[in-house]
Design a protein around this ligand. Structure first.
Ligand code: PLP
Length: 359
């Protein structure tokens, strides 16, 4: 399908930030976005790159009332020689369509998705910051927009991709997080939508995060919805434990988001000869392991930070301190190697990197 490009007038374009250290995350967007429409009869149609701006939607649009809204999160990286790379983009495309299927939304054509994304990133190439750890964040989104009430799958959809420069997550160095284990709230239940990037999951998590933050914690650790016994995720990231010499992470049971970073950590660690177990991990095993010193590192994984060390886990009135609140050697090695693969500084034996522009 042909993607029609309408460029923003020069005087309508935003000034590019000059100080990369103030970028932060998710507040600044580039001058254009990709958009495509879908209905049952035509399939995907009118795909275009257009000047960034508000969408005009009917107040009765299905997404506002019944939550047919899904998204993805990925990044484009600028290498030292100015090459531009994506990291495992086909994984995000596949995952978006898994989310779409669960929410009765149409699958996005993978070729149109990739093509639209590459064209948009290349059009906005100058926005991709240069500093190590900085990148261009890519947010594909799909919403049901039919204007009709009554709970039903929308007949019309918008798919769009917005992009914007983001700063390095570790502007002030690694600072191990303080995690609150919530027993009051659950993120996902068996048979639900925990494995999808469905917008409603994040709305449902806000109160738990807010309560944890009000108590001085960085994030919540979610337990399983059935027994409140097994560890699932931390905030909006997957979680790993170094237990003795082995890494362990919860298995993908349907209530856990299958992170691309999670999978990259597993593959990379296995390539070093490290055993990685994907299995149920109880919170009691975690607290006992931290206490007796068999668990020496805990970290979260996700696109935003790659890996983020956990320094404290608070459970049932006791604070369990991990590795004296310092980043551990395995966490640090994973961070460095994944970062170097993403920025084209290291051989990529896994074929994860997709170069979309040369130097
Ligand atoms: C996006 C997300 C992750 C991390 O996925 P990545 O593909 O590694 O960025 C983990 N958990 C939740 C709930 C998420 O939304």
């Amino acid at each position: 399908m042909k993607i029609k490009i309408t460029k923003a007038r020069p005087h309508k374009r935003k000034p590019k930030p000059t100080d990369e250290s103030t970028l932060g995350f998710g507040r600044l967007f580039c001058d254009h976005f990709f958009i495509a429409r879908h209905n049952d009869k035509k399939g995907w149609y009118e795909s275009a790159i257009v000047p960034y701006g508000p969408l005009k939607l009917d107040p009765a649009a299905v997404c506002f009332h019944y939550g047919q809204a899904i998204f993805e999160g990925m990044k484009a990286y600028r290498g030292k020689d100015n090459s531009i790379y994506l990291f495992r983009p086909t994984e995000n495309i596949k995952r978006m369509n898994v989310s779409a299927e669960r929410l009765c939304m149409p699958a996005m054509d993978p070729d149109l998705f990739m093509e639209g994304m590459k064209k948009l990133v290349l059009l906005e190439k100058e926005w991709i910051p240069r500093g190590h750890g900085t990148s261009m964040y890519i947010r594909p989104t799909m919403i049901g927009i039919e204007n009709a009430l009554g709970v039903h799958p929308s007949a019309d959809y918008l798919f769009y991709i917005i992009v914007g420069p983001v700063g390095t997550y570790y502007a002030t160095g690694f600072s191990p997080t303080r995690i609150f284990v919530t027993e009051e709230f659950v993120r996902a239940a068996p048979g639900g939508v925990g494995y999808c990037k469905a917008a409603g999951n994040y709305a449902a998590s806000l109160l738990a995060s807010k309560k944890a933050m009000d108590m001085g914690f960085t994030q919540v650790l979610w337990l399983d919805g059935r027994e409140r016994k097994y560890v699932e995720e931390v905030g909006t990231s997957n979680i790993f434990f170094l237990i003795g010499k082995n890494l362990a992470t919860p298995n993908l049971s349907g209530t856990i988001l299958p992170g691309v970073t999670r999978d990259s950590v597993i593959q990379l660690a296995r390539s070093w000869g490290t055993t990685v177990e994907e299995r149920p991990i109880s919170i009691d095993e975690v607290t006992a392991g931290i206490k007796d010193g068999t668990i020496t590192e805990v970290f979260a994984s996700g696109t935003a930070a790659i890996v983020s060390p956990v320094g404290e886990i608070f459970y049932k009135g006791t604070n369990f301190v991990v590795n004296e609140r310092k980043i551990g050697p395995v966490t640090e090695r994973l961070y460095n190697e994944i970062l170097q693969i993403q920025y084209g500084e290291k051989k990529d034996p896994f074929g994860w990197r997709v170069k979309i522009a040369g130097p």
